[in-house]
Design a protein around this ligand. Sequence first.
Ligand SMILES: Nc1nc2c(c(=O)[nH]1)N[C@H]1C(S)=C(S)[C@@H](COP(=O)(O)OP(=O)(O)OC[C@H]3O[C@@H](n4cnc5c(N)ncnc54)[C@H](O)[C@@H]3O)O[C@H]1N2
Ligand code: MOO
Length: 400
Amino acid sequence: MKNLTVEDARGRMLEGAARLGVETVALPATIGRVLATAIVADRHQPPFDASAMDGWAIRRADYGTVAEFEIAGESAAGRAYPAAVQTGQAVRIFTGAPVPAGADLVVIQEEATRDGDAVRFAAGKDPKANIRPAGGDFRSGERLLEEGMRIDPWRLSLAAAAGRDRLEVARRPKVAILATGDELVPPGAAPAPDQIFESGSFSLAALITAWGGEAIKLAPAADSVEAIAEAVRDAAVDLVVTIGGASVGDYDLVKPAMSRLGLALRVQTIAVRPGKPTWFGLLDDGRRVLGLPGNPASALVCAELFLRPLLAALSGADPALPFTPARLAVPLPANGPREHWLRAARTVDAEGRQVVTPFPDQDSSLVGVFAQADALVMRPAGAPAADAGDLVTALPLARG
Ligand SMILES: Nc1nc2c(c(=O)[nH]1)N[C@H]1C(S)=C(S)[C@@H](COP(=O)(O)OP(=O)(O)OC[C@H]3O[C@@H](n4cnc5c(N)ncnc54)[C@H](O)[C@@H]3O)O[C@H]1N2
Ligand code: MOO
C-alpha cells in the first residue's frame, strides 16, 4: 500500500470502477457524455440514390446518342420527381435530390444548353455519374457509434444523421471537492499576512467537468477532524477528492477525518514526483476517496494521472491516458527513485516531431509554471541521464 508504482496505484484505484448508471439525454446535451449503448442505423444514408451536382438526370445510354432531350420535370431536395425517366427525357435535378428511376447519369448544368422545353449536352467521353448511391454514407443495420465512446461534435452529427434525438449515456460521476487548510482564503477575500488564496479547487472543479464528472465543492466549517468528517458525511457523491492535508504534518487531518467515516485505505503513498502523499480508499458506505496533496502541481499532476482515468472508468469509458512519444529539447539529469512527471512546453519541430522542453524549476508549489505547461514529461524511476533528442513519454495537457 506504501510507495506503490504509478501503475500499481492506478490499478488499485480502478479496481471495481465501472459505469455507475445509465440515463437518456436529449441529443444537444450529450456533448462530452459517454455512450451507454451502441448506435445502430435503422435507415440507409442517403436513403435514396442522390444527385451530387446541380444538372440533368438522364439515361446513360442516351448520352451521345440523343441530340435533344425533352425536359420531363424536376427533382429537388425534399421534392422527388415522381415518375421514371424515359429514353429521350431529361429531369432537372439539384444537389441532394433523389435521382429518378430509370436515370443513371447526372450531367452537370455547365455542360447543358437549355432551349425552352428541350436541353442539349456537349457530349464528352465517359462522363462521371455524379450520383451518390443509397447507403453510401452508412447502411441500415450498420454500427455507427460504440458503447463507451465519448460524444464530440462529429459523433453528435452522426447520431443526428441517424435520426436520434435522445441518447442513452452513462450517468456522470458526482465528485465532491474538499480543500482544507487554515492558511487558505477564497480569491476575493482579504488574507491575513500568513494566509494564501485557495487555488486548487478551482482547477480541479474545471478538470472534473472537462473529464465528464459533476463537481460539487464542499466547505468544511473549520480545519479540524470533526469539521472535515462532517463536511463529507452527508455528501451524496460517488467520489470525494480532497486537496491538502495528505502528508505527515500535525495538521494533516484528512485521513484521520475519513477514518471516522470508515476509511479503508487502498493506496497509502505513491512513488511519484510530484505527489508522493497521494492516497486512495473506500468509505464504509462505498464512496471512493482520492486524497491529493496540497501543493498545486502535485494535486494537478496526480489529478491527470489518477482522477482522469478513474472518472473515465466510472463513466464506462476507456481509462487509458493519451500518452505520446516526444523528443527532449534539453538534456536531463539522472532521475531519483520516484517516477517523475515534469511540467513542460510542447512544440513541433521542422520535421513535424513533437518536442518537449521541461521547465527548469519543477518545485511542486509553483502555480505559475503549471499555467505555462502544455505537457507532462515522464522520467521512469531510476532512469539514467537523458540527452537532448532522446525519446520520452509525454502526456499532452488540454489547453484553451
Ligand atoms: N516531513 C515531511 N514533510 C512533507 C512530506 C514528507 O514526506 N515528509 N511530503 C512533502 C510532499 S512531497 C508534499 S507534496 C506535501 C504535501 O502535503 P499535504 O498534502 O499535506 O499538503 P498541505 O501541507 O496541506 O499543503 C502543501 C502546500 O500546498 C498549499 N495548499 C494546500 N491546499 C491548497 C489549495 N487548495 N490551494 C492552494 N494551495 C494549497 C499549502 O498552503 C502548502 O503550501 O508535503 C510535503 N511535506
Ligand atoms: O510529492 Mo511532493 O508533490 O514532491 O511536493
